[in-house]
Design a protein around this ligand. Structure first.
Ligand SMILES: C[S@@+](CC[C@H](N)C(=O)[O-])C[C@H]1O[C@@H](n2cnc3c(N)ncnc32)[C@H](O)[C@@H]1O
Length: 239
């Protein structure tokens, strides 16, 4: 459970209080979340009807609500009480939601008890990724899938400069600098290497372009996200 709410590291990596409220609202319609990451990841998920899915870092419940609506049985875990409140309102009892620190083992999950797991824009916030991936592999049944999206390494290289191979923890200002999102940038070989080292097999890798609906509401963002990727998304299998 979320035992270290006042620890500055953990407060920085989960989206508490005003940053949580900002993220919840922004994720509804943002060119990045609503039009780029989510449509691509949901397409990678495919038919989820009847599947038991773990939504890792479920945020304001956008994935949990959509996957439930598509017939999945969803368990969402999230470290921010603020976002969990938004998620509970969004899923309206259709998914099980738990306050959980992803730096801690998934004690609530029985081995091989999930058919799939979604980890959307979360892994780069977690320090003990090897432990989390090991726990996820155990919680997934053999043949189950894991979807992971993260910031595109070249987008971070453009944003933060320095070396493409930098693995620095960085702060990305959002909301005109009112907040900063703290995460670890990393080159592609680190992102993929960690997933493969954890025992997953890569099935598909995409560099999502925004859904066409974005062109009608924000043509500049649509064009920009078609020229340079902001995220990378992968579908993996637990052998
Ligand atoms: C960019 S948001 C993505 C939320 C959601 N997956 C989505 O795509 O809408 C990152 C999420 O990871 C959560 N998170 C970051 N570090 C965490 C940790 N140590 N334990 C639990 N959740 C964490 C944040 O609170 C936030 O909800």
């Amino acid at each position: 459970m979320w035992a270290r709410h006042d620890d500055p590291v953990h407060r920085a990596t989960a989206y508490h209080d005003a940053l949580g409220d900002f993220f919840a609202k922004n994720a509804d319609t943002s060119p990045y979340n609503a039009y780029t990451d989510r449509p691509a990841m949901l397409q990678l998920a495919g038919d989820v009807s009847g599947a038991r899915i773990l939504d890792v870092g479920c945020g304001a419940g956008h994935y949990a609500a959509e996957l439930s609506a598509r017939g999945a049985q969803v368990v969402g875990i999230e470290g921010s009480a603020t976002l969990l409140r938004h998620a509970r309102a969004r899923v309206n009892g259709q998914a099980e939601l738990l306050l959980h620190d992803l730096e801690e083992p998934l004690g609530f999950a029985a081995d091989a008890s999930f058919d799939g797991a979604v980890c959307a824009l979360v892994l780069h916030h977690v320090r003990n990724r090897a432990q989390l991936l090991d726990e996820l592999r155990c919680a997934l049944r053999p043949g189950a899938w894991l979807l992971v999206s993260t910031t595109h390494p070249t987008a971070d290289w453009r944003r933060f400069g320095d070396s493409y191979f930098s693995q620095d923890w960085s702060d990305l200002p959002v909301a005109d600098g009112s907040f900063a999102i703290h995460y670890q940038r990393m080159p592609l070989e680190t992102f993929l290497g960690e997933l493969l080292t954890a025992g997953f097999v890569l099935e598909q890798l995409i560099e999502p372009r925004p859904a066409v609906g974005l062109r009608d509401i924000d043509e500049a963002a649509y064009d920009k996200l078609h020229q340079a990727p902001c995220f990378i998304a992968v579908k993996l299998r637990r052998p």
